[in-house]
Design a protein around this ligand. Structure first.
Ligand code: UGA
Length: 455
């Protein structure tokens, strides 16, 4: 029998945002047609298999496959997906170009496909940009391409919204289901109201704790950059203070940032000093908005500093290692953790890459790394710059200096004895402030970001 769905949504792009949104919507009885040009990916999704690892996603896809497989389908034809739905969400990637500005080519081609579809459609259709895009993109690029290709009028024949996403990798499902707020940038009131109604249906009572903010398209686009730039700034701020802390014996950055973060106006999240941020978003977005503002005649000083401070932390941890262990040339150096954060195998912009490059720059060639999940991806990224170990024991064996780069749970359990047992000389630098400073400093040759002790 032909079922009438309250909402039919096409999701154009099947990365983290696209597929997690698709699965969460389908779980709530919304008919979802995802679309990708990648045949293998489409087949996996249609077989109920998540094409990448994200906590909770596979379980959700299993559930959909078992209970109502018709609610989540993936197509290779975006035009068909748009034509068979009432709302289309653009969730394509916006990578960083060689010159560090934003690459909007996937957004452009998707807008063209939506335009082709709307040319054939008589009913009103809502287009929502979910990708992170610089201000003006939704109106002047997406809206314009759709208008030119379809011959239809925005605000009359189709609606246009920009709704930024705030999902963090490893928390994408949780963040999709329980956002802090929903930001709706709207071309006109009708577009925004249609999207608001959709979320009222999807979120129900959660909206009692989650305000919906309505604004124009460009403001919504800038909210996303405001968010990621402030989070990056907090981290660099903590790292700058970690460098201050190291100027004074016995000052501990962890205690200092705890004292700062307990101010209700600040909060302590993202004040963790360490070897620096990585991931597919912070560098990309900070660089994109910097390049965008420069193209408009305003040069950002703050964001330049945020990136410089961050990337210098990789140099700094190698300085700490050589202060502790002496010249490391010819010695084995071990990296504990390679992924940009725990809980993922993602290596994009990972601090480990910058650390490896710095070690190599100093002529240190005997580098071995171990990551519980990211060894394979790291091998693609780092090639033969380093060797890879299959266990903690193996990576520490015969080593003369270990650097803690990613704070995985299995590293948390290590005691000074473990380092002493396996290493040739137990020198350890804690790049994430994972270990109890007093205990480790007493029992090992130890350094940590943001603290030095007087002997
Ligand atoms: C980030 C944001 O947190 C999301 O809100 C946003 O939606 C997402 O980017 C995006 O634009 O798509 P993500 O990159 O997945 O999410 O990871 P985070 O958990 O934010 O961590 C980023 C980096 O900051 C990691 O390398 C982490 O180790 C580092 N970090 C984090 C610190 O160095 N110190 C801290 O105190 C916190």
């Amino acid at each position: 029998m032909f079922k009438i769905y309250k909402y039919r949504v096409s999701i154009l792009g099947t990365g983290f945002i696209g597929l997690c949104s698709a699965a969460c919507f389908a779980e709530k009885d919304i008919k979802v047609l995802a679309s990708t040009h990648n045949e293998k990916k489409a087949k996996m999704i249609n077989d109920g298999i998540a094409p990448f690892f994200e906590a909770g996603l596979q379980e959700m896809m299993d559930n959909i496959k078992k209970k109502h497989p018709e609610l989540l389908q993936c197509m290779l034809d975006p035009i068909k997906a748009v034509l068979e739905t009432d709302i289309s969400m653009i969730t394509q990637g916006t990578p960083m170009r060689e010159d560090k500005s934003i690459d909007l080519s996937y957004i452009e081609s998707t807008a063209r496909e939506i335009g082709e579809a709307l040319k054939q459609k008589d009913k009103y259709h809502l287009v929502v940009v979910r990708s992170t895009v610089v201000p003006g993109t939704t109106r002047n690029l997406v809206g314009k391409i759709i208008k030119d290709v379809s011959g239809k009028e925005p605000g009359k024949d189709y609606g246009l919204c920009m709704q930024p996403e705030f999902l963090a990798e490893g928390r994408s499902i949780e963040d999709t289901l329980h956002p802090d707020r929903i930001v709706i940038g709207e071309f006109d009131v009708k577009s925004g109201s249609m999207l608001q109604e959709f979320y009222e249906y999807f979120y129900g009572e959660h909206l009692n704790q989650c305000p919906i903010l309505r604004m124009n398209l460009e403001s919504a686009e800038l909210v996303k950059y405001g968010n990621n730039c402030l989070l990056s700034t907090k981290i660099s701020y903590a790292n700058e203070f970690a460098n201050f802390a190291e100027l004074v014996p016995n000052v501990d950055i962890v205690q200092v940032m705890k004292g700062v973060g307990l101010d209700y106006r600040i909060n302590s999240r993202f004040l963790g000093a360490g070897v620096g941020f990585g991931g597919s978003c912070f560098h990309k977005d900070v660089n994109a908005i910097k390049a965008w503002s420069k193209s408009k005649g305003y040069t950002s000083r703050l964001l330049e500093a945020v990136l410089d401070i961050n990337d210098d932390q990789a140099v700094h941890i190698v300085d700490l290692a050589e202060e502790l262990a002496g010249n490391l040339m010819g010695k084995k150096v071990s990296l504990l953790g390679l992924a940009f954060k725990p809980g993922t195998d993602d290596m994009r912009e990972a601090a480990s890459i910058r650390v490896v490059n710095e070690l190599i720059k100093r002529g240190i060639k005997n580098i071995e790394g171990y990551d519980p999940k990211a060894n394979e991806k790291a091998a693609i990224e780092l090639g033969d710059k380093i060797k890879f170990a299959d266990s903690i024991e193996q990576v520490l064996k015969d080593s003369e200096c270990a650097l803690l780069i990613t704070e995985w749970d299995e590293f948390k359990k290590l005691t000074p004895e473990d380092f002493k047992k396996h290493m040739k000389t137990p020198n350890l630098v804690d790049g994430r402030r994972l270990y109890n400073y007093e205990i480790f400093n007493k029992n090992l040759f130890f350094r940590a970001i943001g603290r030095i002790n007087l002997e």
